[in-house]
Ligand binder design. Structure first.
Ligand SMILES: Nc1nc2c(ncn2[C@@H]2O[C@H](COP(=O)(O)OP(=O)(O)OP(=O)(O)O)[C@@H](O)[C@H]2O)c(=O)[nH]1
Length: 339
């Protein structure tokens, strides 16, 4: 990639998109690409346990984690504080990538960068939305989720239509036709595992502030407004559940369980697994809708060896007692106590 000219304001790209669409995968692609920039990464996990920041590869000391809430509403102040902390480091970043949680409304996040505290220091370069091509239409029975997905795409200046390998050409064309019909002149780039050229992702200057309502932004900076983007109550649409244990798990049992028994009311499940089969290597469980994957990665590095899993699902329907039993049943027989 051609060298990017450095600016006085730090450019920032927001990666948005529904749960499991491939944001962290795209983020890792960018970070490990040939851009020559000192990049800082902010990652927002909706669940109480930090998973995503540990899945970011290659820039461990430049990753800031914002967990246990959504930066478009409940932990918006944390976002401001973290961005300020990041740009005021002695080695300040030349670019910031912000991965929003899969439940975030990017409108609320973008507003944050127009606030007086940040707008002189940060230039919002682009809001890029990742869409899972295979599961683009798979939440139609949940209107609130459909609306959120529409907001995520509608606010973006580019859509990465990801997972085309899983979707196949007919579905990809269907999603393209739908998107062209719904959104005016949306730029769409197809991808497998986020393999998008860096040139179309970084320093593209696509974000257009005129799409924001500046009267609203001014009011927001006083902190006394009740606009929709601050009051989105994610807890009405999503609930999270976490599982932790020090007892090693049986990977075969876990693989079978997530594949066959994990209820459809769980939209997303991910985490790290300490197993009897691979006691010194970290396994990663990834579930997006009905797609499940349990892989064994490298060693645990500096992180504590224990299983940590997060599930996100429907608050009315996700049965957390059932989940507890399902995961407990995958623990290997052991005399060690579990948490
Ligand atoms: N087959 C296939 N799998 C993909 C592709 N992109 C990502 N995945 C897989 O999809 C799963 C979710 O990917 P992530 O990058 O973690 O998704 P995310 O959007 O960051 O997820 P959340 O942060 O939980 O919302 C992982 O198992 C990825 O390996 C793709 O293009 N094709």
């Amino acid at each position: 990639m051609e060298p990017i000219e450095l600016e006085s304001q730090v450019p920032l790209t927001i990666l948005t998109g529904f749960l499991g669409s491939g944001k962290t995968t795209l983020l890792n692609r960018i970070l490990n690409g040939d851009h020559g920039l000192r990049v800082a990464v902010l990652v927002n996990d909706f669940g109480a346990i930090n998973i995503d920041s540990e899945l970011v590869v290659g820039v461990e000391d430049q990753v800031m984690s914002l967990a246990n809430g959504c930066i478009c509403c409940t932990i918006r102040d944390d976002l401001v504080e973290t961005v300020l902390e990041t740009i005021n480091r002695p080695e300040s970043p030349e670019y910031i990538l912000l991965e929003a949680s899969g439940v975030a409304d990017p409108g609320g996040i973008s507003m944050t960068f127009m606030d007086s505290e940040l707008r002189d220091q940060i230039r919002l370069d682009s809001v890029t939305c990742v869409l899972d091509a295979e599961q683009a239409f798979s939440h139609q029975q949940y209107p609130a989720i459909e609306l959120l997905k529409l907001k995520q795409i509608g606010f973006a200046d580019m859509m990465v239509l990801n997972k085309v390998d899983l979707a196949g050409p007919t579905q990809v064309q269907k999603v393209r036709d739908w998107a062209n019909d719904q959104f005016n002149r949306l730029r769409i780039v197809e991808a497998e595992y986020g393999n998008v050229p860096l040139e179309v992702l970084l320093s593209v200057g696509r974000f257009d502030p005129s799409q924001l309502d500046f009267d609203v932004v001014e009011d927001c900076s006083t902190g006394s407004c009740d606009h929709e983007h601050h009051t989105v109550d994610h807890s009405k649409v999503f609930s999270t559940w976490s599982y932790e244990t020090k007892t090693p798990m049986d990977l075969d049992c876990l693989r079978e369980m997530v594949k066959r028994k994990l209820p459809a009311t769980v939209y997303r499940c991910k985490g790290f697994v300490h197993s009897v089969q691979e006691p010194v290597r970290r396994a990663i469980v990834q579930c997006v809708g009905r797609r499940t994957d349990v892989t064994v990665e490298g060693d645990w590095g500096a992180t504590e060896i224990r299983t940590r899993i997060v599930a996100i699902g429907s608050p009315a329907e996700m049965d957390t007692e059932q989940l507890q039993i399902l995961f407990d049943e995958c623990r290997a027989q052991s005399t060690e106590s579990s948490l």
